[in-house]
Structures are given as C-alpha cells and as structure tokens.
Design a protein around this ligand. Structure first.
Ligand code: GCB
Length: 618
C-alpha cells in the first residue's frame, strides 16, 4: 500500500516536472538582442487532439510519426501522412486566432502552430532561449521532435532553453500545441465576463546570451521612513542583479545621465547593491522621467529605462514620492474592440493610452490579467500609474492547492516581468472573490507572496461591498481588507441595483484604517441609442449614471483616493446576449466597440478636470 502511494507520488512529480519544465524567466526582453519569430505560422485545428493522443486516447510517444510535433513530410510515396502544415492554413503571430478567420470566432480548443526557422549562434558557447510573451492558455512546445516543455497561464511570459543537441543551423521545426479550453481548476476558471481569445497572442523570440548572463535585476529608490519623502539629492538606491550560469568578476551598474558607474563583485548568483544618486528627478505622471540604466558583466549587457519613485499607503492616503495622489483612473481590457481582437502591439498600447489620456486619466487599472509588456513600458514613458492584476476572478477553486500554485505562478511571472516599471504602483491578486475562510487564506497567501517578491509597492484586490451594513451606508468589510494595503471595491449602484438616483443618499466606508479606492463602477449603453435617461441601455441612462456617481464622490470619506470606472471601451463577452443592445458585447465602455465616445465619457472627463484643478490649486 505504502509502495503504491510512493509510486503515485513519484509519477505525479514526474508529470509536474514535465509540464512545468521551464528555464528561469529572462527579464527585460525588449532591452536585449533578440531574433523575432513573429510572422505567419502554419496551423492545424485539432478539436479532438488527434496529434497528441493515439486512437486509444493515450498520449503519443515523442517519436510517434503521427504526432503533430513530428515531421509532416512523407518518407516515400507509400508513407501515409494524415497531418500536414501548409501556407494555406496559416495565422499571424502575435495574435489571437478568433479574429483571424470567421471559423475561429467562437473556437475554444487545440490548435497546433508550426514555424520553420534557421539559426546560427554567434558564438559556440552561447546559450539560446525560446521566449513567449504569452500563449493562451496552455502551450506544449516541441522543437525538432523534442519536447522543450509546457506552460500554463494565458497572460504571462515563459521561456525554454534550447539544448545544443536540438538546435539546428537550418530548417528547425518548431511546433506549439495551444489549448485554450476553459477548466474548473484553472486560473481564470470557466466563468469570466470576457472572451477567451486563444492562440499565441503575444511575441515569440529567440534570445541568445552568454554562458553566464544577467537574468534579472531590480533597481529602485530605498524606501524613506513611513510617510516620508524621498530626497532628490544624494538619494539612496538599492537593488540586486541575478546572474545565471557560473559568473565571476564584477557586475557594473551604470546610469550615464547621472555620470554614475559602480562595480560590485559577484560572490553569489544574486548580487545585492546600494548606491547614491547625486541628484535625481523623481518619476511621476507629471514628469515621467526615465533614466537609461546599463547592467553589465564582461560577457553580458542589458540596457533598460527606469524611473525612480516611491509609493506607499500611509494612513488614509496613497503617497507618491511622499505626496498624496488622487487616482483619476479607468479600467481597461487588453482588447482592440474595433478589430475584435486582443491587444498586443505598441500601436495598440498607444491607442488605449491615448483614449485614457483624452479622458484626463493619470491611472489605468489593467483588468483582469497581466497586459502585454508594451502597455506597462508605455505607461512608464507616458506617465500613467498602473494597477496590474492576475486573473483570480470570481469563483476560482480556492480549496485546491494546485489551483493556488497556478495563481502564484502567474503572480510570480507578472512581478518578475515588470518589477522595474515605475508606473506600476499596485499588484492586484484578484477580483470579486466570494468571501469564505478558504478564499481568505488563498488570497492572503497570494498577498504574502507578492510582498515577498516585491515590497516596493502596494498590494490590493478588487473587493465586493456588504450592502447590509446599515441604512444608506455600504461597508467594504471583507476580511481580506486586513491584508491589503489599499481597500478597493467594485460598486454598480444604479445598474445592478436601484436607480442612479440612489447615489444621492448612499454613503460608503470601510472599518479598515486604510485608503479607499473604487476599482469599478459603470453602466451599459449602446452607442447611438438615444432615449430619455430612464431608458436602460441608452447613452442618456449611462450619462445620468455617471452624473449621479460623480456627484456622490464629493461625499466620499476622507480616505477616498481614486477611482477606475468600468470600462474604457466596450469589450467582447459571451455572457452579454441582449440581441438588440449587446450582441455579445459588454456595453459599459465609455468608447463604443467602434471607437465612438458615448455621452458619459464627457461626464467623467469633466469630473477628472475638476479633480485635477483642485489638486493644482492646493
Ligand atoms: C464586474 C467585473 C467585471 C465585469 C463587470 C460587469 O464587477 O469585475 O469583470 O465585466 O462587473 O460589467 O458586470
């Protein structure tokens, strides 16, 4: 009996090792020399997973000629081949498959992607990694018939080191099995209010690095004492550089603009350092100053652009560089509604930020999953504060340890990718999770994990409201409030309950002595549908909703620090089936799916102008 258990455990571990066999994540990919594998990839749609399982539904062996990761070339005339990759069936990478051909619009399942490439290493001793910015949801990756590994989680990056024995100079046969089937034990789970776009949704690249290379680093202002201001003269900066491979010698950290260059001896794989910046301009939305930072060893060099600022929840306020900040935010989905597709490029990021800018925002809530790196890098350079979130959404299987592991892994990958982005001030561990002791433990553990990975920012989650707390007083008293730095909540007063006029007599509060943030509020409207303001789905109803909501905000308690209404633009959701007004779209956008501003846009814009002027006068 005991033996049996032991073997089960052994095989379970083997399986896990296989699934998650991954190289340590390389960071700052846009700051490195890479070879892009973007472009056309041939594909096979495989709803029955025939390329993966044999006719007894057993996983195929690595060398099975009928496995779709193996060659599709006939050995001779009589060789039976029942799969093949041809240009006629090809998709753009990056990009979801749903938007690329009508037959994919609602597809959820497996698609095999194949790309051929040549690759010549520039030095025989160098190492080559295959890096994916994101694949939704599960990726099984094969090169020249060998499995490199697999990854779970649709919005975070991962990489595999390619063994020298597998990489060829000519005609490498790269196959990725992408499966976006939803699952009850996944993160997110089966039920979300957004469309589950599948595919290799973000960039793919090859990264060549020396044997010992700079894998990751962190550089930030040292925290001043609680509530204090960082100084701009002789400011202390601290950080670390993580080396991969047997590094010796020094790691050099250089900020050319400040004429600063310091070398630190490599004693361990992680080199910790401190240095003093003689003078520094602090990063803020008003002055999104970035400095070129060069991290190098004799063999490797990474150049990044980094902003220096501090952020903390202090008493009733959020302090940015020691000054209270009011967040004029907007929630954003990673979607380009006009083209009914996922966002992935710099141009996409530019569009989303220019819409947010027009609204007068200084903050974006990137909901409900980590957006692509163009977004967070552009937020740094344009000066947007960012809330960045993992898809622990609604009813995750909170009692399941494996689900927790999946959530924590996504959290780790999100933080690892973006810890040097000054714009990010909040890591969010989830959205509207139903209160229970098991849920609270799960979320508390995620918060602790986030803090252990990065203690230079706030950690939060979008909570729900207790509507039974007293007459006209709605409390945010979710027990998770004890553990977050910022108490954030979603409310839809006048949409999911009552009329917007209820706002006139409603008050909000929290028993926690912490800053309070409205992470969502919104109402649906079909652009171009005009009626009186009592008519649901009219632009006038949404406009009225925003008027009442913004009037109510004037009565918020002292610890109210900002808002990110729901949502910048209409977005695709299979849950929205009103055949006249929704047709598969969540209509709470201030921009329509065609990019038209709705009336409510101007109400929020006016409120933000007023809030900005109020700040400036102070
Ligand atoms: C919410 C969710 C968001 C939904 C939104 C809605 O509370 O957080 O994902 O899309 O409400 O429109 O109902």
């Amino acid at each position: 009996m005991r033996n049996q258990k032991f073997f089960l455990l052994f095989f379970a571990l083997l399986f896990l090792k296989e699934v998650y066999a991954q190289a340590p994540l390389i960071t700052a990919v846009p700051a490195r020399k890479t070879v892009s594998l973007n472009g056309r990839w041939q594909y096979i749609v495989d709803p029955y997973e025939t390329g993966f399982y044999d006719y007894r539904f057993k996983e195929r062996r690595e060398n099975d000629r009928e496995a779709y990761w193996n060659t599709d070339v006939q050995a001779n005339k009589t060789d039976r081949k029942e799969h093949g990759y041809v240009d006629k069936y090809s998709l753009n990478v990056p990009g979801d498959w749903n938007s690329q051909a009508p037959q994919f619009l609602y597809y959820e399942g497996t698609v095999w992607y194949k790309k051929s490439f040549d690759y010549q290493k520039s030095s025989a001793t160098n190492r080559v990694f295959l890096y994916f910015d994101a694949v939704n949801y599960r990726a099984d990756v094969y090169l020249n018939g060998k499995k490199l590994g697999a990854h779970i989680g649709g919005f975070t990056p991962f990489d595999f080191e390619i063994p020298d024995s597998v990489l060829k100079a000519k005609n490498n046969f790269l196959v990725v099995k992408v499966d976006n089937k939803r699952g009850a034990e996944e993160v997110p789970t089966v039920n979300t209010d957004w469309w589950n776009y599948g595919g290799i949704t973000r960039d793919v690249s090859l990264i060549e690095v020396p044997r010992a290379f700079v894998q990751d680093y962190s550089i930030h202002l040292k925290k001043p004492t609680a509530g204090g201001k960082p100084s701009t003269k002789n400011a202390a900066v601290e950080g670390w550089v993580k080396m991969n491979g047997q590094a010796t010698g020094n790691v050099t950290v250089e900020i050319p603009e400040l004429k600063l260059k310091k070398a630190f001896a490599v004693a361990d794989s992680v080199v910790r350092f401190e240095m003093v910046l003689p003078s520094v301009q602090l990063w803020s939305p008003e002055n999104p100053k970035l400095y070129e930072v060069i991290i190098s060893t004799t063999a490797d060099k990474v150049e990044d652009k980094i902003g220096f600022r501090t952020v903390e929840a202090f008493g009733k306020k959020v302090l940015l560089n020691g000054e209270p900040v009011f967040m004029r935010g907007i929630s954003v989905h990673g979607e380009i509604a006009q083209q009914v597709r996922r966002a992935y490029s710099k141009e996409d990021a530019r569009q989303l930020f220019s819409e947010a800018k027009e609204l007068g925002c200084n903050m974006v809530r990137l909901a409900h999953y980590p957006h692509d790196e163009n977004m967070t890098r552009m937020a740094d350079s344009l000066g947007f504060l960012v809330w960045s979130e993992i898809p622990v959404y609604w009813t995750i299987d909170f009692g399941n340890k494996e689900v927790y592991r999946k959530a924590e892994k996504q959290l780790t990958e999100m933080i690892t990718r973006d810890r040097n982005r000054a714009s990010i001030i909040i890591w969010s561990v989830g959205n509207e999770t139903p209160i229970s002791p098991v849920r609270t433990d799960f979320m508390h553990n995620l918060i602790s994990a986030a803090k252990a990975l990065d203690d230079t920012r706030m950690v939060s989650a979008a909570l729900e409201v207790n509507y039974n707390s007293g007459k006209n007083l709605n409390l945010i008293d979710d027990p998770l409030g004890q553990y977050v730095d910022l108490v954030a909540f979603n409310e839809y007063l006048g949409w999911y309950g009552g009329l917007p006029s209820n706002c006139r007599t409603t008050n909000w509060g929290t028993p926690y002595d912490k800053p309070l943030f409205i992470s969502e509020t919104g109402a649906g409207a079909k652009a171009g549908f005009h009626a009186d303001s009592m008519t649901i789905f009219s632009e006038e109803y949404q406009e009225w909703y925003y008027k009442e909501q913004t009037a109510m905000l004037q009565r918020m308690p002292e610890n109210f620090v900002g808002i990110s209404p729901w949502v910048l633009a209409d977005f695709r959701s299979p849950k929205r089936n009103n055949p006249v007004f929704q047709e598969g779209w969540n209509r709470k956008g201030l921009f329509s799916n065609e990019g038209k501003k709705k009336k409510a846009f101007y109400v929020l814009k006016a409120y933000y102008e007023q809030m900005r002027n109020k700040r400036q006068k102070k």
